[in-house]
Ligand binder design. Structure first.
Ligand code: NAP
Ligand code: ZN
Ligand code: ZN
Length: 361
């Protein structure tokens, strides 16, 4: 079906053919692909995608680093666009609204976690935006590297007016993934937090932590990021390979938010925590990390993990960003640059989120 014809049509009771970029296997580059989105159901919203962020989780999954990847795979879970059609039972959105979709498109909605608004911890597993199966356990989900998406309204977010649209797309994953654990631990004025790894998640963490009133430091492997770290809101920049510099911050931080995407030294970070300080893991290295337990034992330090954030909290984060005018620092690319962007992210050379212009699919 012709896409532009569909945009103006209220008759969306047929599947919609969309343009996308997909990986066909863990070793093939992403390439143009087309597939069908389901017809708009009673509670569904049809979104014309304008911007789609690139998360390092896209790379992990495209390359099957976490295992169990489903191909062909259309990645993308930082989706921003405009509502073009709504089902007859939709009450929260109307045609023309600017909306987003993050990492989840459904969940069981009945378990304790779902009832607590923590759909990301759904006890039967949430339905991921891509690289997963719909609740029928048969239909693969496909993500935001595409021109349109059809999503149930309960998993659609409202984008506050006044935010740059391309810069707001990464809030749907990088924003909520860093917002949620910092809120959970009650980060605020009087706290010292270090963000480990200044990439997509890391730079959002710096902006958000500063907006909560905390004193923020950046622990980075890249000397070239010092000026940016300070511009983003950090008071201190610590180069992780400068051992004497790092040693000055022993027992210093209340929290460290670890966003590193690969194997790295956990003990170096733990030693920088105060007594009872917490290392928060959000970076998702597929290789196990070495932990010397004495780094925990000697100062009663803690470690925790955190996965994205629930729908209610994602909306709260977006509203917070609307109020404080917080968006991601982005480099806008065309679809044909996705593979090159992946290579640059692996080298830590993203400043600080690649966002795909959906007009180029
Ligand atoms: P990114 O933009 O590529 O940034 C990662 C940063 O980590 C890099 O910029 C670099 O910062 C540092 N880094 C990368 N490789 C490294 C290495 N080998 N050794 C040391 N440092 C390295 O990635 P992202 O999109 O922010 O994602 C970060 C991680 O979080 C990924 O593993 C992703 O899958 C995960 N993630 C988790 C969740 C969750 O819910 N928990 C959600 C989204 C993403 P410096 O140059 O400053 O060192
Ligand atoms: Zn992500
Ligand atoms: Zn559930």
């Amino acid at each position: 079906m012709n896409i532009s014809a569909q945009r103006d049509s209220s008759a969306t009771n047929t599947a919609l053919s969309v343009k996308a970029y997909a990986a066909q296997s863990p070793t093939s580059p992403l390439a143009p692909y087309s597939f069908e989105r389901r017809a708009v159901g009673l509670k569904d919203v049809l979104i014309e995608i304008e911007y789609s962020g690139i998360c390092h989780s896209d790379i992990h999954q495209v390359r099957d680093e976490w295992g169990g990847s489903i191909f062909p795979m259309v990645p993308g879970h930082e989706i921003l666009g405009t509502v073009r059609s709504v089902g007859s039972k939709v009450s929260k959105f109307k045609v023309g609204d600017v909306v987003g979709v993050g990492c989840m498109v459904d969940s069981c909605r009945t378990c304790g976690s779902c009832k607590d608004g923590l759909e990301q911890y759904c006890e039967t597993g949430f339905v991921p935006t891509y690289n997963g199966l719909e609740k029928d356990k048969k239909t693969p989900t496909q993500g935001g590297y595409s021109t349109h998406i059809v999503t149930e309204e309960d998993f659609v977010l409202r984008i506050p007016a006044g935010l740059d649209k391309a810069g707001a797309a990464p809030l749907l994953c990088a924003g909520i993934t860093t917002y949620s654990p910092m809120r959970y631990v009650g980060l605020g004025k009087g706290h010292k937090i270090a963000v480990l790894g200044l990439g997509g998640l890391g730079h959002m963490a710096v902006k958000l932590a500063a907006s909560f009133g905390a004193e923020v430091s950046v622990l980075s492997g890249s000397a070239s990021k010092e000026v940016d770290a300070k511009r983003l809101g950090a008071s201190h920049f610590i180069l992780t390979k400068e051992k004497t510099e790092v040693a000055k911050y022993q027992n210093h931080f209340d929290f460290i938010l670890d966003t590193v995407a690969a194997k790295h030294n956990l003990n170096q970070a733990l030693d920088l925590l105060k007594r009872e300080g917490t290392l928060i893991m959000v970076g998702a290295s597929h290789e196990p990390l070495d932990l010397g337990v004495f780094s925990l034992i000697m100062k009663r330090r803690k470690m925790m993990g955190s996965l994205i954030g629930g729908i209610k909290e994602t909306q709260e984060m977006l509203d917070h960003c609307g109020k404080h005018k917080i968006v991601s620092d982005i480099e806008l690319i065309s679809a044909s640059q996705i593979n090159e962007a992946y290579e640059r992210m692996i080298k830590g050379q993203v400043k600080y989120r690649f966002v795909i212009d959906a007009k180029t699919f």
